[in-house]
Design a protein around this ligand. Structure first.
Ligand code: XMP
Ligand code: MG
Length: 183
């Protein structure tokens, strides 16, 4: 599968489109088996989870609905503070529903732990997390992630929904940016 010209901005490709598709298929099968006919609500976190949501939802063979949240984390610079503001809330009521939060990446997990306690207060029947990528820092926070695509090193990665300054989300591969791009 071909990628765009912007793949030349990567120093290192960690995952090809084929790697990603294969892993999504595996996770889809697992999620299908776990939820059977329960009727799942997939909650995507904008903007990064758009690609994962599109692929994971279509890897499922059972019914699901999709809804979205947009959050912004307060805090200085690149460090996640865990204090979160909801920019766009769900359109649907999740009370009594089986909810799976779909994330692009978990770094410290601070953003997610806020989101989870917020969603938990709405009384879903169940609440689990799926993330495509997870960094080592996440282990320090007690966020229970049911489905993980890939555990990755503590490096800044782009592609497949992940951005640098809003760009690279449309890259089909995932990798690390060449230093000349951000310095
Ligand atoms: P925490 O630390 O709260 O933050 O888990 C997760 C959010 O941080 C962003 N993030 C990244 N974005 N490449 C990105 O494009 C990365 O390597 C990266 N690491 C963290 C992302 O917005 C995520 O939702
Ligand atoms: Mg994000």
């Amino acid at each position: 599968m071909d990628d765009t010209d912007i793949i030349g901005d990567l120093t290192n490709v960690l995952y090809t489109p084929e790697d990603i598709a294969e892993r999504i298929a595996e996770l889809g099968a697992k999620i299908d088996a776990d939820y059977a006919d329960k009727g799942l609500v997939l909650v995507g976190v904008l903007n990064g989870a758009v690609m994962v949501m599109a692929d994971l939802s279509r890897a499922l063979r059972s019914h699901c609905t999709m809804d979205w949240m947009a959050i912004s984390s307060y805090g200085s610079g690149t460090q996640s503070s865990g204090v979160v503001r909801i920019l766009k809330d769900l359109n649907t009521d999740i009370s009594g529903k089986h909810v799976l939060v779909v994330e692009d990446i978990i770094d410290t997990g601070l953003t997610l732990s806020y989101l989870i306690s917020n969603l938990q207060s709405r009384d879903p029947a169940s609440l689990r997390i799926m993330t495509m990528f997870r960094k080592p820092e996440a282990a320090r926070n007690a966020v229970d992630v049911a489905y993980v695509g890939f555990d990755i090193p503590n490096e800044f990665v782009v592609g497949y929904g992940l951005d640098f300054d809003g760009r690279y989300r449309n890259l089909r591969s995932v990798g690390t940016l060449a230093p000349h791009i951000y310095s």
